[in-house]
Design a protein around this ligand. Structure first.
Ligand SMILES: C[S@@+](CC[C@H](N)C(=O)[O-])C[C@H]1O[C@@H](n2cnc3c(N)ncnc32)[C@H](O)[C@@H]1O
Length: 162
């Protein structure tokens, strides 16, 4: 498979998982966490799919497409581990959905990042909250969710807080 094919499949899987989660949380209270603003594609998708929901965004940079810049008051700008700790103090367990798109090309760097960030999401989650991620996250008190149709195993990951 070419890198182009792989990138397209990853983004298709991301969209399917996000859309699935958007349906699942309909009628449920809670804020949204977008971990990894990048160029703002998935942030833009979520804000369009969930009008009226507060979406807090985490990244060390703000460099998205100019149409996708979050409001200052919804942005945790800095290293994600420190920012997640700050958000847990500010917001408590308020999130019904978290999307973590925080992988790097380098697998070793990526694994370290995910191991650091994963457990810090936990204190922000409401019971029953869904966590969607581009890498497998390992932390207690979550159970994996079966991937929606059209998403290959290992392409994207979903779990639910118990
Ligand atoms: C793959 S991009 C996100 C792409 C985004 N979901 C989109 O649709 O455009 C990952 C982003 O996560 C941020 N990131 C990853 N690890 C981080 C960390 N430990 N602290 C702060 N930002 C981090 C990077 O700066 C980068 O902007």
């Amino acid at each position: 498979m070419s890198r182009l094919d792989s990138a397209i499949r990853r983004l298709q899987a991301q969209r399917i998982c996000l859309n699935w989660a958007v349906d699942q949380i309909d009628g449920e209270e809670g804020i949204i966490l977008e971990l990894g603003l990048g160029n703002g594609r998935s942030y833009d998708h979520l804000r369009k799919a969930l009008p009226g929901r507060r979406i807090y965004v985490f990244d060390r940079n703000i460099s998205p497409h100019p149409d996708c810049i979050p409001p200052d008051e919804d942005m945790y700008l800095g290293e994600m581990d420190e920012m997640l700790k700050a958000a847990a103090r500010d917001l408590g367990p308020a999130a019904i959905l978290a999307h973590a798109d925080i992988g790097y090309g380098d697998p070793e760097k990526s694994a370290k990042n995910v191991a650091l960030i994963g457990p810090l999401i936990m204190p922000l989650l409401r019971p029953g909250a869904i966590v969607i991620s581009d890498r497998a996250l390992a932390f207690p008190e979550v159970e994996p969710i079966a991937l929606p149709e059209g998403v290959e195993e290992g392409r994207y990951f979903m779990q639910r807080r118990l």
